[in-house]
Structures are given as structure tokens and as C-alpha cells.
Design a protein around this ligand. Structure first.
Ligand SMILES: C[S@@+](CC[C@H](N)C(=O)[O-])C[C@H]1O[C@@H](n2cnc3c(N)ncnc32)[C@H](O)[C@@H]1O
Length: 447
């Protein structure tokens, strides 16, 4: 085992993220199996915790620092954030340990910085139960600071959903998401997988909505399990599983998945089709198509034809060729912030309209590949109407040969009863449904 200082490594990763790295990629790069499981878990918790709660941590730090936060060296600032995160959000770490660790990181820098960190942290500990957060009568500032979201997102959600829903949405998006996996019934049945997981020391519970879903509550990191390496399951949220279900593909059919990588839904489709038929799986990014190929290989899926393709470019040879087309469109990802907290800070309001144009363009082009009588499913992991219902509405206005199709028979009962007229789509919210925010629409080519 390699000995590392978890807080120091967390600070280093946070500095990389500030310079533009994605946190999950940076974590994967640093957290090799040479580092103990406990340390890997702590580093992940610290990195995601600081990213999720950054505004609130900075708000508290600025109360106790005589130097403006923008004047503090990034390493020192992140060691303060990591220390304060432990004090405010983690019960198991004693306050003095959090202080000492942050001071030690600052010492690597210089003694003056260490004295400064010590002073700020001790001050924060003394006052941690009497911090006055912004008043709720200024809802934008209160929600922005207390739950750490950018102002533009809070303003947008307040306009769309009102205060109570926005607050519960923010709270749900800051929660630690449960790890959900899909049982790969092409290789194993649920009972046998459960027996294997028992042997591997994994604690699990059943899916909230779907029989092929399992929640992993405790145990070794899943990618180290033989049951994962042997392709008996695939990490995937239940929301995402609903999209493949909504397509209703049957074995023997010809299906197109136009934005398919890394292959979560493609391989679920293959499973629902009993690995019989053909699935053409496109993605614009070559490295992601490689990931898709690896996923298919591990899961024993052999009916997928992967290809690097830009779905915005029309290919007349594909017209009317497919029984079903899935457009799991590139989107803002605002529905999955609880899994990818960087999205809070990396997305900008103008991205939403740019994405909407791209989503409509992909729909416009790839819908022509659906056979008459065939099905088109449009999905995103977004909760923003512009990327969801509005895309579908504008698409239908321009394409009279398509209509909404009843999505309810393809959803579990607990969700199908939530679907409102005209019954063609569902919007899922993490605070309402307990799964990732997602939008799924089912359309039929009627001519
Ligand atoms: C939401 S992700 C797809 C997730 C995937 N369906 C799954 O379940 O694993 C969107 C994908 O669209 C791809 N993409 C973005 N623009 C594209 C385009 N113009 N044509 C095809 N793929 C595109 C991205 O590379 C990304 O992999």
C-alpha cells in the first residue's frame, strides 16, 4: 500500500479541478488501488464535499479571515476549505484533527501561512454554531449561500418552481447519491447475483422502481469486485434505466442509439432485446466509443455496431431504416448534480440555449431514420424545460409525421401514475422521486 496524506491529496485534486480538470477524472487518476480503501473514500468525500459546498464554506471562511479569500494562495484556500468541510459536515473527524491536518498542509508552504490557517480554523470552530447565514427573506442569497449554488441557477429555479420546491431540490442535489447498478440478466439472474454479492461482502437493497436495479449500500469499491469484472452488473441510475425501457425494443429489431457512449443505455437495450437483433451505437467522441466497446465486451453484449459519428449530419442511407431510435441527447446535466457536483460551477446560463439548438438539430436529423410506425425516444439528464419539453414541442410543430405516444405502459406503476396528459413524457426530479433528474419522451412516427 502506498502511504499518502489524504487531505494533502484532496487539496491537490481540488487545485487541479480549479484549473479545469473534471473531478471524477482527476480522482480516478490519483486514486490508484495502491492507496488504501479508507483513504480513497476520505479523499473522494473531501473533494466532492468541498465542490458541493464551496459557496457556504467560503462564506464562513470570509467571516473569520482578515485577508480577502481572493488574495489567498489556492493551496492555502483549499486546505482551509477541506478543514472547514470536515468541521461543518463530517461527524466522525474531531475538530482538532481537522485543524492540525490543514495547518500541516499550510506548513509545507510556510510558517506564516500555517499560523494564519490555525487562526481562521480555531475561530471557525469557536463560532460554528452561531454563524449567521443570509436571511431567508432574501431567497436568492439565502439559497445561493446556504446550499452553494450559482445565482443564475437559483434565480432560474425560483422562477420555474417557487421557493419550497427549489429549496428541496437544492437539498436533494447536495445529498450523497446512492450507488445503483443494473443486473445484467444476459449473464446472471438476480437471485444468483445477490448470492455472489453476499460472498463478496456487499450490502445491497432492491431498486426503488425496477426489478433489474439494485442499490449497493456498503462493501468494497464495485470496480474491484469479480462480479463487476465478470460483467454481472453495470453501474447505472434507475432514471437512466427508464429511458431504455421507454423505447420498448423487442428482440430481433433494428435499433439506433445516436448518442450512445459510454453505453449504459445501449447495453440495457441489448439486455431487453435478449441480445438478439441489431443496435447501431453512435457517438461523436472516439475515446467514448472505445469505452462503449469495453462495456459491451464486459457485459457479453454482441449485437452492438459502434461507430464514431456526428448525429447532426444527415445520412440519407439511414432514412426509414430503424424500428426504434434513441436520442439520449448531450445536455446540461443539471439533473445529475448530486453525482457530478462540478456541473454547478462549470455550466453557464447561455449553455442551455446552445444545447437546445443542438438537441433539436440531432432530433431533426435522426428522426428521419425512424421507420413509419416506429418509435423515437428523446431523453436528457436535465430538469430544464428548454432542453426537454420545449425541444419536443418544437420538434412536433415542425414534424407532423410524429406524435407523442403513451409512455405509461413502459414505466413502473409508481411513476406512470404521475404522468399527465398528453401522457407522452415524464420529468423526474431527485427531490420528488429519489433518483436522478431526467426527462424522457416517447414519440411515434405516424406516417
Ligand atoms: C448523455 S451522454 C450519452 C450517455 C449514454 N447514452 C449512456 O447511457 O451511457 C451524451 C453523449 O452524446 C455524445 N455527443 C455529443 N454530441 C454528439 C453528436 N453531435 N453526435 C453524436 N454524439 C454526440 C457525447 O459524446 C456523449 O457521449
Amino acid at each position: 500500500m502506498k502511504s499518502v496524506n489524504p487531505r494533502e491529496l484532496a487539496v491537490k485534486i481540488l487545485a487541479e479541478v480549479e484549473r479545469g480538470s473534471y473531478s471524477n477524472l482527476s480522482l480516478n487518476r490519483h486514486l490508484t488501488t495502491e492507496i488504501s480503501r479508507e483513504d480513497r473514500a476520505l479523499i473522494t468525500e473531501l473533494v466532492y464535499g468541498v465542490i458541493k459546498h464551496r459557496t457556504r464554506l467560503d462564506y464562513v471562511l470570509s467571516k473569520f479571515s482578515r485577508i480577502g479569500l481572493n488574495k489567498i494562495n489556492p493551496i492555502i484556500l483549499n486546505s482551509l476549505r477541506v478543514g472547514l468541510y470536515q468541521i461543518l459536515f463530517l461527524d466522525k473527524i474531531p475538530d482538532y484533527a481537522a485543524v492540525n491536518e490543514s495547518v500541516n498542509i499550510a506548513k509545507l508552504y510556510n510558517n506564516k501561512a500555517a499560523g494564519f490557517v490555525n487562526g481562521v480554523m480555531r475561530n471557525a470552530i469557536r463560532n460554528k454554531d452561531s454563524i449567521d447565514y443570509p436571511d431567508v427573506r432574501d431567497p436568492v442569497r439565502y439559497l445561493t449561500v446556504y446550499y452553494s449554488f450559482p445565482k443564475w441557477m437559483i434565480r432560474r429555479w425560483l422562477d420555474l418552481f417557487g421557493f419550497n420546491f427549489t429549496e428541496s431540490l437544492c437539498r436533494a442535489m447536495n445529498e450523497k447519491p446512492r450507488m445503483c447498478v443494473r443486473v445484467n440478466t444476459l449473464k446472471i439472474n438476480i437471485t444468483d447475483l445477490k448470492m455472489l454479492l453476499d460472498k463478496e461482502g456487499v450490502v445491497y437493497s432492491p431498486g426503488l422502481f425496477l426489478e433489474e436495479a439494485l442499490y449497493i449500500d456498503d462493501g468494497p469499491p464495485i470496480t474491484e469486485l469479480d462480479s463487476f469484472k465478470n460483467g454481472y452488473f453495470q453501474p447505472q441510475d434507475e432514471s437512466s434505466m427508464l429511458a431504455a425501457r421507454a423505447l420498448g425494443a423487442a428482440d430481433g429489431e433494428t435499433v439506433l442509439d445516436v448518442a450512445a457512449a459510454p453505453g449504459g443505455k445501449t447495453t440495457h437495450l441489448a439486455q431487453l432485446m435478449k441480445n438478439n437483433g441489431r443496435i447501431y451505437a453512435w457517438d461523436i467522441h472516439p475515446h467514448r466509443v472505445e469505452l462503449l466497446k469495453e462495456t459491451c465486451h464486459r457485459l457479453g453484449v454482441s449485437i452492438v455496431y459502434p461507430e464514431v459519428r456526428d448525429a447532426r449530419i444527415t445520412d440519407k442511407k439511414q432514412f426509414g431504416k430503424f424500428d426504434r431510435v434513441l436520442v439520449d441527447a448531450p445536455c446540461s446535466g443539471l439533473g445529475v448534480i448530486r453525482r457530478k457536483p462540478d456541473i454547478k460551477w462549470s455550466k453557464k446560463p447561455e449553455d442551455i440555449l446552445v444545447l437546445k439548438r443542438e438537441q433539436l438539430q440531432i432530433m431533426q436529423v435522426t428522426s428521419q431514420y425512424v421507420k413509419s410506425g416506429g418509435i423515437l425516444v428523446y431523453s436528457t439528464c436535465s430538469i430544464e424545460p428548454e432542453e426537454n419539453y420545449e425541444v419536443v414541442k418544437e420538434f412536433l410543430k415542425e414534424n407532423r409525421d410524429f406524435d407523442l405516444d403513451d409512455i405509461r405502459p413502459y414505466l413502473p406503476e409508481a411513476l406512470s401514475t404521475e404522468v399527465e396528459e398528453p401522457y407522452g413524457y415524464i420529468q423526474i426530479y431527485p427531490n420528488v422521486n429519489g433518483i436522478d433528474g431526467f426527462f424522457i419522451a416517447r414519440l411515434k412516427r405516424i406516417r
